[in-house]
Ligand binder design. Structure first.
Ligand code: NAP
Length: 346
């Protein structure tokens, strides 16, 4: 049995890794860190895990070696620590943004800070299994994707790979509050956040860089514009993507592209029903699951192919994606620990 530890286990992403791995048959959870809650029970912060674990948080300074280390720290924290952490574990799965972009100047232009470990960037493999399964299996360093990037890349990848769309892409993202992490801020304060539909980032979303990085090998001159709106929901992420189909492309071609890339993918579902109320992807139905649901509709009047995709930001958008990578590393079925089907009604 391999040992895993989680750095930043008192956060939302770290808590999800714990929830998923607590009954995982291939690993034993060795240590979980929190500076604020060191010495206290995990279930104090993650009450959903009461009676399921007797793990106690340790301070990060007490971290011992393990087989696989999950790093679930806020963006900008892991690049300073990575050299030291790499001596503690054979494999590192980082959930943050620090090692997702291959080039330090790209990171610096989007994150407006200097990259402190640029020499490590080329060791990291981007963590979306559906695109990089083979590299993940061989690598010691995995950088899981951002949640908006995950859902957008999965929705667009077959379309660009099969040359079905023009390079100008507009992504309208609807976000939930857990995306901001556990640390409260003025804007996350209940009276400010509750009931709001707040235009959070109409331009300049940082995940644009990841989407361009991952899709540009398949399409020339790609231009991606994201507008993100924060909604009154705790979990979930929905993107509505406006694309321009190439000449004479039909819905049949789109179906064919999605089928050819995703037919054998257990966590991707094409959702395009002719009847019922759940005709397109809906994040509510995906809570706690590792699915990415993708739907689409062709608008011949305005010459648009509209793609709709949804995930749970904390599962497929981060912790589930990280466990999928772990399973690949361990050489066990990718769905291990990730088979929760979701709830309905919810
Ligand atoms: N939330 C999401 O929906 C989501 C989606 C995709 C990706 N991610 C990525 O996942 C990472 C974690 O996000 P999150 O939402 O879980 O954040 P979070 O809720 O704020 O949790 C961060 C954790 O890191 C610990 N921490 C903070 N600074 C630290 C430091 N310098 N050294 C050691 N521990 C430190 C904190 O606990 P203590 O202060 O007690 O040590 C806390 O447990 C981020 O990089 C984010 O980009 C998150």
């Amino acid at each position: 049995m391999k040992t895993i530890s989680i750095l930043g286990a008192s956060g939302y992403a770290g808590g999800e890794i714990l929830r998923i791995l607590i009954n995982h048959p291939g690993v034993k959870i060795k240590q979980v860190t929190s500076r604020q809650f060191a010495g206290q029970s995990v279930s104090l912060v993650h009450p959903n895990l009461r009676k399921l674990t007797d793990l106690i948080f340790i301070h990060p300074d007490q971290l011992e070696s393990c087989d696989v280390l999950f790093v679930a720290l806020p963006n900008g924290a892991s690049m300073d620590l990575m050299t030291g952490l790499s001596k503690k574990a054979k494999k590192i799965i980082d959930l943050g943004a620090d090692f997702r972009l291959h080039k330090s100047h790209v990171f610096e232009s989007w994150y407006k800070k200097k990259h402190t470990s640029p020499d490590l960037l080329n060791k990291f493999v981007y963590g979306i299994a559906e695109l990089h399964r083979k590299e993940i299996a061989k690598s010691s360093f995995i950088a899981c994707a951002g949640c908006e990037a995950t859902v957008s890349i999965l929705a667009l990848y077959p379309l660009v790979k099969h040359h079905l769309i023009e390079p100008n892409i507009i992504i309208d993202a609807k976000m939930s509050s857990s995306q901001a992490g556990i640390k409260p801020t003025f804007s996350s304060h209940h009276p400010e956040r509750a009931g709001s539909v707040r235009s959070y980032m109409p331009t300049g979303h940082r995940h644009t860089a990841e989407i361009i990085q991952e899709l540009s090998p398949f399409i020339k001159n790609i231009s991606v514009a994201i507008s993100a709106t924060a909604l009154d929901m705790v979990r979930g992420l929905l993107v509505t993507i406006h694309t321009v189909p190439k000449k004479n492309i039909t819905e049949k071609d789109v179906w064919k592209a999605y089928r050819s890339e995703y037919e054998d993918e257990q966590f991707i579902r094409i959702v395009k029903e002719l009847q019922g109320i759940y005709r397109y992807p809906e994040p509510k139905l995906l809570q706690g699951t590792n699915f990415c649901d993708i739907g689409f509709e062709m608008d011949t009047k305005t010459n648009r192919l509209v793609v709709i995709a949804a995930i749970d930001n904390l599962v497929k958008g981060t912790a589930g994606q990280a466990v999928q990578a772990l399973n690949i590393i361990l050489g066990i079925p990718e769905k291990t620990g990730l088979e929760f089907p979701g709830l309905h009604p919810i």
